[in-house]
Each structure stands twice: as C-alpha cells, then as structure tokens.
Write a protein that binds this ligand. Structure first.
Ligand SMILES: [Zn+2]
Length: 229
C-alpha cells in the first residue's frame, strides 16, 4: 500500500526496500494464493498477498520458488485496498525449476521467518546489515567514492553480493575488507590531511552520519584509529 513504510518488528525498513511505486511479485506465489481462493469459492483478489520479502532491493528471486520477481508500477488505490490486481496471476503451467537464492536473499528470507543466527548479524537491524553489504561491496567491487545509488541494477547486485561475503562473516573478515581497501587506495596527491576519507570514501561518510550501532562502523572506527594513530 503506498505511503505505508514496511516494518520488521520495531525496525522501519526504509533504506533496504524499493520505492513505493515499484510493485514486485512472484507469479507462482500469487498462483498459490489464487488456488487457495478457488478452493473456498472466493474472489482471487481477496487472497493475493504481497510478501514482505519482495520489497527488499537485495531480493531478486522468490524465496519459495527461486524464480525472478516481476515488476509493475504499483497501481493507485483501487477498490480493494491493499489487494493486488488479479491479472498478475500467471497463466499457463507452473514455474519451472528455480535458481538457488544467493547468500543475502537466503538470509533475508530467513530473518523474515524468524530464523536466527549468526548472532553478530541478529544483533543489528536487518536493514542496516543489508546497507553495510551495499556500502562495503560498492567500495570493494567498484570505488570507495562511487555511490551505490548511482550503480546500474547489475552493478548493485554485484556490489551487494560482494559486500555480503564480508558482512556475513565475523569481525575478522570486516577487518580484512578494510585492509584490502587501504592497500588498494591510490597514493595521495599533495598533503594527505584526511587519509581515511581518501581510502574509505562513502563508507566513512555514512558511518559518521549514522547514529546506529553497527558492527561495520565499530570495526571501521577501530581500524582508522590504528591507521592514523
Ligand atoms: Zn514465489
């Protein structure tokens, strides 16, 4: 429903989700809904449910079927508030064999079904875990001064998966990622007043703007203290 920011427990999932204009859906899941409706003799539209997992930018495949989510412009409020249009139900045969979800897709699907572990990830808001992966992956797979928001869809996917490879691990792996960035940074031209800005770019900027307790920020602050210390 336009205007309502989805929540997970107390957390507002603002940064991690697609804009309100995007409606993403899995035709196979909606077909299941329609079949349930048919069993009760009710109108399909009353049974078509939008799944929270579909709203995440990092989720490209249906967690249940492994098929790519489809996208339409979210319809304006229709007569059935919150219902999805019946024409989204797939015609024809059921879905073929799906793909395996990648690491972050599987993690998001798990969090949404209340799975727990690893603990260092459970301790941070889901949206922040995803954002950490996006930022770190942008710096690693592209450049520390590139903005995730400026990347193409495919580049974002690359960045998110790259970052998740480190964020999903414990502190030692995050440290390793920061050492890679430090080793790779170009030598300064002229006086190097803020080496940490040169090396970590947007990662540092977002860490400084954030009031949240995020493992990546803690590791980053420790690393910089040693680096410039
Ligand atoms: Zn599905």
């Amino acid at each position: 429903m336009a205007g309502a920011s989805p929540r997970l427990g107390k957390e507002a999932l603002i940064n991690a989700i697609h804009s309100d204009e995007d409606l993403r859906y899995c035709p196979a899941c909606l077909r299941e809904d329609a079949e349930a409706a048919a069993l009760t003799g009710q109108r399909a539209a009353f049974h078509l449910r939008e799944r929270l997992a579909w709203r995440f930018r990092a989720v490209r495949l249906c967690p249940n079927y492994g098929i790519p989510l489809e996208r339409i412009d979210r319809p304006d409020e229709d007569e059935l508030v919150g219902a999805l249009p019946e024409q989204l139900i797939a015609a024809g045969d059921g879905p073929g064999a799906g793909a395996q979800p990648n690491g972050i897709e599987a993690y998001i699907a798990g969090r949404l079904t209340r799975a727990t572990g690893p603990q260092w990830l459970d301790d941070q808001p889901l949206g922040q875990a995803i954002r950490s992966a996006e930022l770190l992956g942008t710096a690693l797979a592209f450049e520390p001064h590139d903005a995730f928001e400026d990347l193409t869809g495919t580049e974002r996917e690359t960045a998110t998966q790259c970052g998740w490879g480190f964020v999903s691990q414990a502190d030692q792996e995050l440290r390793q990622a920061l050492r890679i960035l430090e080793a790779r940074a170009a030598a300064p031209r002229g006086p190097d007043k803020w080496p940490e800005r040169r090396v970590f770019g947007n990662l540092l900027r977002e860490a400084q703007d954030s009031t949240l307790k995020v493992p990546l920020w803690d590791v980053l602050h420790d690393h910089i203290a040693e680096m410039v210390g």
